[in-house]
Design a protein around this ligand. Structure first.
Ligand code: SF4
Length: 490
């Protein structure tokens, strides 16, 4: 059930995987919290449920504000921003992390703060700790008192138990005990800290703003504050940024081959971000081209399912020579008007958000390009709308392989049995959606599109693709304990 504070972030859109968090931090500029608010606004697509900022000022110490709702509705208020002074600040936007899905309380909203003998520290975490239940049990048995239901709070308690002499040392020791995916942005009174897990599952980048430094989940949030993109934080890297020493980098974890989330390329990241040295937009266009090569079909129009299917639809059109058209128009002004929809409005579902451009569609054979099929509920409704508008044929082309497995690394996924591809073959899905044809890009095709010319290395995949392949790069220990069954080895 939704909390009284905030209903689900996308009342009409429960048919997408959802990134659960974005993190951002700035040091070395006046009123750093203002920059953090702008950065979080640019990362809002990574989490719309709640956001928080912690700042530090040499005279006023640490201050924090945590709120439900959009960044623009909270952190533009002068009254709030005046409470967050200082040259150093970090922030977090969230959907909801493990432990409290759909029941967020303000105590679950990050950044989390801890007071240690050597001073305070705040942390903001993007990802998911896969052994959090075991860690939490052990910490509680040893006397830790948890304030939230979030897996991320384990990091603060592990730091409290560490004998490290500095906060970065304690953080390092804490994170060595943590399994799963983490991109962490943290701060002490004087330092901004960024860490990525050894596999680098979730993104984190470093930027420069005048004499100051920035850490961000994505490069699009550097652009909004006019910061220059310096580089990605490497998998397993920790950077400690201080006014006297600048950026210090080291690698506290055992080096492993990286397994970045391939779905960031397909859907989660904004198309104006840079990932792995390539524009996300260009990668998505390449996915569309690859899809057109793999699964051509005779048709009159290529239409994106807006907005996330757009670059792939353009790529499909360019490769196939079939004209591109905006056959479906998105209502840009959904948002908060219907944020607590009545049952009647909820039943109107997709029609409130998307409308078919009838004049274009009538009597046409239409290829619809979407980024993914999760439950299939939206795809079905869109197909009905297109047929109602007089289309002769509907062909679905999907810019990711069938999503048949849940993600345990910081993405909200339905239980496995709710994933259409977990229970049906491609042909069965086509019949279920009642479309003329349905094709997904192959896993190899997706790898080629993201720049791996030789496709996926089956012995040592270059990315995390567990939601497609069922091959989890980090064993999801908590989920196994709860009875989740991994794919049997082939
Ligand atoms: S399981 Fe899927 S969504 Fe999750 S990290 Fe891996 S590729 Fe990304």
């Amino acid at each position: 059930m939704p909390t009284p504070h905030m209903p689900p972030a996308h009342p009409f859109d429960d048919d997408k995987l959802r990134e659960e968090c974005g993190v951002f931090g700035v040091t070395g500029v006046q009123d750093a919290a203002n920059f953090v608010a702008l950065g979080l606004h640019a990362l809002q697509h990574r989490g719309q449920e709640a956001g928080g900022i912690v700042s530090h000022d040499p005279e006023q110490g640490f201050n924090s504000a945590r709120r439900f709702g959009y960044v623009r509705d909270n952190f533009t208020s002068q009254k709030i921003m005046e409470t967050l002074p200082g040259p150093l600040a970090i922030g977090h936007v969230r959907y909801s992390t493990a432990g409290s899905k759909g029941q967020t309380a303000i105590r679950d909203v990050q950044p989390f703060f801890g007071e240690f003998s050597m001073g305070g520290a705040a942390i903001a975490h993007n990802g998911n700790i896969t052994n959090a239940n075991a860690l939490r049990r052990e910490l509680i048995e040893r006397g830790s008192i948890f304030q939230s239901s979030s897996d991320s709070e384990c990091i603060i308690h592990l730091m409290a138990r560490s004998m490290g002499r500095s906060i970065p040392d304690r953080m390092e020791e804490a994170l060595r005990k943590v399994e799963g995916a983490f991109s962490v942005v943290a701060m002490t009174r004087t330092k901004l800290i960024g860490v990525r897990d050894p596999l680098g599952v979730r993104p984190l980048v470093l930027g420069q703003l005048g004499d100051g430094w920035v850490l961000s989940s994505e490069t699009c949030a550097l652009d909004i504050i006019g910061a220059d993109f310096v580089r990605e934080i490497e998998p397993g890297e920790m950077v400690v940024i201080s006014p006297d020493k600048g950026v210090e980098s080291h690698f506290p974890f055992r080096r492993r081959k990286s397994r970045f989330c391939i779905f960031e390329h397909v859907y989660f990241s904004r198309p104006d971000s840079i990932l792995g040295g390539r524009s996300v937009y260009e990668t998505r266009e390449a996915i569309g081209r690859e899809l057109a090569k793999e699964s051509p079909v005779e048709a009159d129009l290529v239409c994106p399912v807006p907005d996330s299917g757009t670059p792939a639809a353009i790529g499909f059109s360019l490769e196939s020579g079939i004209p591109y058209a905006m056959g479906i128009i998105r209502n840009q002004y959904m948002g908060r008007t219907f944020i607590e929809p009545t049952e009647q409005i909820r039943n109107m579902g997709v029609r409130l958000k998307l409308n078919v451009n009838r004049a274009l569609i009538k009597d046409k054979r239409v290829i619809l390009v979407d980024d993914s099929v999760v439950r299939g509920t939206t795809s079905r409704k869109i197909k009905e709308m297109i047929l109602d508008a007089g289309a002769r044929e509907v062909h679905f082309r999907i810019a990711s392989p069938p999503t048949a497995w849940p993600c345990f690394y910081g993405v909200d996924t339905p239980q496995r049995e709710k994933l259409l591809a977990a229970t049906m073959s491609e042909e069965e899905m086509r019949d279920h959606l009642a479309v003329d044809s349905l094709k997904f890009i192959s896993l190899d095709g997706l790898y080629r599109a993201v720049g791996e010319a030789g496709g996926r290395d089956p012995k040592q995949p270059q990315y995390c693709d567990a939601c497609f392949s069922g091959e989890y790069p980090v064993e999801p220990a908590d989920m196994l304990e709860q009875g989740f069954e991994m794919k049997a080895a082939e």
